[in-house]
Design a protein around this ligand. Structure first.
Ligand code: UDP
Length: 261
């Protein structure tokens, strides 16, 4: 699925990871959305996922998650450890593409080009606060719909109907791993004509201002996990302390140059 990409990919932590900058990824988003509008029903949305320590760990334990990550159209490096590991390859990634920052790159491309965003996921209140924040920062951006992330599989069709009616070009999906990736595969066919389904984990919490962002130096030093853990130890301490060593192991073992076009 990933072979038609214009950028090289490197195998990092087991995932074919796109080697491009944030700005280049935002350009790809625009090109795909324009193409999707042209093709309409014959366009299957591209599934664009992100790679971080949590995902690398999950993939080592769950063949199903590994399969979803390898069948994604684009995987980008969300975590700094992924970028560091890529230095073991012949084609190191030029930079980290955290979804939290990439959202803004995407919004800046979407606003002047009239792309439409649909925001799916998180608690209703957080989702609404995130949308309000987006509308404040990007008054010209078309946020054409939103829906919280606490619904059952039986309600998928109704949610997709809402998305189709909104004529969204990009659906941002924050349901946590692996639910958000599963949702994308399960509903991709119902959403023909949508350019991208982009998973975005904790994005709405940041946009809503519910969670502070780690200082720049911690992000650069691959210590964002430590900052998040200290901010919310009850929820995250076990997650990080139990998964980091294994993620490190997989990042070293499952990293090599794979393909360069
Ligand atoms: N979430 C959701 N539905 C669910 C489970 C999670 O909408 O059934 C949302 C949750 O509210 C949060 C987002 O998914 O906004 C990311 O979840 P989590 O914090 O587990 O992911 P992280 O980004 O920390 O890996």
């Amino acid at each position: 699925m990933q072979s038609d990409l214009a950028y090289p990919q490197v195998l990092v932590g087991g995932f074919n990871t796109i080697s491009c900058t944030r700005a280049e990824l935002a350009e790809l988003l625009l090109e795909d959305c324009i193409e999707a509008r042209k093709q309409g029903e014959s366009w299957l949305p591209k599934l664009v996922f992100s790679s971080n320590g949590q995902g690398v760990t999950l993939a080592g334990k769950s063949p199903e998650f590994m399969r979803m990550m390898s069948e994604a159209d684009i995987v980008h490096a969300d975590g700094m450890p992924v970028v560091f590991a890529s230095k073991l390859t012949e084609a190191p990634l030029p930079e980290r593409i955290p979804t939290t920052d990439f959202f803004h790159d995407a919004a800046q491309v979407a606003e002047p080009n009239g792309l439409r965003f649909f925001m799916l996921g998180a608690k209703d209140e957080q989702n609404a606060a995130a949308v309000a924040a987006i509308e404040k920062i990007y008054p010209g951006l078309n946020v054409v719909g939103r829906h919280h992330g606490y619904f059952t599989e039986a309600e998928d069709e109704a949610v997709c109907e809402m998305i189709r009616e909104s004529k969204a070009d990009v659906v941002w999906i924050a349901l946590g791993k692996p639910r958000q990736e599963e949702w994308c595969f399960r509903n991709r066919d119902r959403l023909r004509g949508v350019g991208w389904l982009k998973t975005c984990g904790g994005l709405y919490a940041f946009l809503a201002g519910d969670v502070p962002r780690a200082p720049e130096w911690m992000q650069k030093a691959a210590l964002e996990w430590l900052f998040r853990m200290m901010d919310d130890p009850k929820r995250l301490a076990w997650r990080y302390l139990s998964t980091n060593p294994y993620a490190f192991y997989r990042l070293v073992r499952e990293t090599r140059r794979r393909r360069d076009r």
